[in-house]
Design a binder for this molecule. Structure first.
Ligand code: ZN
Ligand code: ZN
Length: 480
């Protein structure tokens, strides 16, 4: 056995600020707030590894035959030949290849060096358990079904297996993760909870902070101000994970199927890269994408299904209502009578409404038409709307009564007594998953467990029928 010096006699032969900054992350050398010669010294000592930002991969005979090389961007995983450009490089004075897919984060070229920390891990911030010996101070209780799923999640992740929680909208998925998150944090692990949607991060962050008051929690989304370097618990949009590299011991992905995750390979690459090798993943979704769903059904992915909402009431089943040629109505400046009648009825009953529309242009026209009908407190919100967060807050507070929205609010935003309608449910943007999520906005609180979900359409589509069948099937499985 080798004799090791006592740990307190070791003088770290590296800069601890640099270690803390770079551990679990990957940056271009010139992006780092440290002098280049300091970085090079650490490279020579084997504490920092460098790799090319854009690298040629050897396809052997294939590339010989074609006479051209295939490129891969190490930051975003891009390998699509159409998404690389070349330029006369001002830095290396040669012709350099650069990645166009992640260009909005600053250019990565074939001469770029990406640096990551490969030396010893920084000492983890100790987390101090509270009086109950734990970290989680959420005072609610899990239902029997939730508690069983939560326990299985803890067990599977500890065994190093990934796990799918396929739970209906409003089943209390977030709370279900608490035991597994607490367990990992108590072991000193780094945990990330990621979701593709900024709105979901903004909704989750205060809940996680309140539930884990003694744990530093970092929130990462474009423009976020609650960034704590080195926080053991990180709540992040999937997009923001692209700077991470082999950082997290456990990864929780909420709303795994949410746009644009299920067709954006860059985000998938970002999550894989942010996880340590072999780290188990927990996937949470009401509408898992086919790849996960099939893996679970085949038995290749462990998981559990929760078909009941936490308050024990069934999911509201969507109603189909024919609204005629809705595009034409709006173009001619009037609202389909069936819809207007429904909306007026809800306003008189004091009910708030989410009104989903297929496009931003329609959103503007419809909002204006509703305002012209002298309906009170109508607002429209879409992804690029600068007042988006303000409007969502006003809607939560009940000061906006009708919120017209594109599919950006199909999930994550919870308002107690709200009912929902889709205007133009036959439009192709409303696939089964989107429609199930929209229906899931309604009846979430125990005080208001039911409510209307109406699909106004001009001819029912297969997706509408599938969404309704999906909900009915879940209700059946839930014993209703
Ligand atoms: Zn790239
Ligand atoms: Zn260059």
């Amino acid at each position: 056995m080798m004799l090791l010096p006592r740990s307190d006699s070791i003088h770290p032969n590296f800069n601890q600020d640099l270690q803390r900054f770079l551990f679990g992350r990957e940056y271009q050398i010139d992006e780092l707030p440290f002098p280049e010669d300091m970085i090079r010294q650490h490279v020579r000592k084997g504490l920092i590894a460098l790799r090319r930002g854009v690298e040629a991969v050897d396809d052997g005979l294939f590339s010989l035959l074609l006479g051209s090389r295939r490129w891969v961007c190490r930051r975003c995983g891009n390998s699509d030949p159409g998404l690389f450009g070349s330029c006369a490089c001002g830095r290396c004075r040669k012709s350099c290849v650069y990645c166009r897919r992640c260009l909005n984060m600053g250019v990565v070229r074939s001469c770029t060096e990406l640096a990551t920390w490969v030396g010893p891990e920084p000492v983890r911030q100790p987390v101090t358990p509270g009086g109950n010996g734990g970290l989680c101070e959420w005072t609610g209780t899990l239902s029997g079904e939730q508690a069983a799923a939560a326990a299985e999640l803890v067990r599977c992740l500890n065994e190093g297996h990934s796990f799918l929680i396929w739970a209906v909208t409003g089943s209390g998925k977030t709370e279900l993760m608490f035991p597994a998150i607490e367990y990992a944090l108590l072991r000193g692990e780094r945990v990330v909870l990621t979701t593709p949607r900024t709105d979901v991060v903004r909704e989750l962050f205060p809940r996680m902070k309140a539930s884990f008051p003694s744990v530093p929690v970092s929130a990462l989304y474009a423009g976020s101000e609650d960034r704590i370097p080195d926080a053991p618990l990180v709540i992040s949009t999937t997009h923001q994970l692209i700077r991470f590299h082999r950082c997290f011991d456990r990864v929780f992905i909420d709303e795994v199927d949410a746009f644009p995750f299920h067709f954006d390979p860059m985000l998938e690459y970002a999550v894989q890269k942010a996880a340590k090798e072999g780290a188990p993943f927990a996937y949470l979704s009401a509408t898992p994408p086919p790849r996960l769903k099939n893996a679970y059904l085949r038995g290749d992915l462990k998981g559990t299904k929760i078909a009941r909402r936490f308050h024990g009431h069934p999911l509201p089943v969507p109603l189909f209502c024919w609204a005629g040629n809705w595009k034409k109505s709006v173009a001619q400046g009037f609202l389909p009578p069936a819809m207007l009648k429904w909306i007026k009825g809800k306003m008189e009953a004091g009910i708030q409404i989410f009104l989903f529309v297929p496009s931003v242009s329609l959103l503007r026209e419809l909002t204006e038409l509703l305002q012209r009908e002298a309906l009170d407190h109508v607002a429209g919100v879409h992804a690029e709307d600068p007042d988006r967060h303000v409007k969502v807050t006003l809607f939560r507070e009940g000061r906006i009564r009708i919120l017209v929205t594109t599919t950006i609010l199909e999930r994550g935003v919870t308002v107690p007594a709200v009912e929902a309608a889709v205007f133009g449910a036959d439009d192709p943007v409303f696939d089964e998953r989107a429609l199930v999520q929209i229906a899931g906005r309604v009846g979430r609180s125990p005080e208001y467990p039911a409510g209307d979900v109406v699909f106004f359409h001009n001819g029912r589509t297969l997706e509408m029928v599938r969404a309704r069948r999906h909900i009915e099937q879940m209700n059946e499985e839930g014993g209703f």
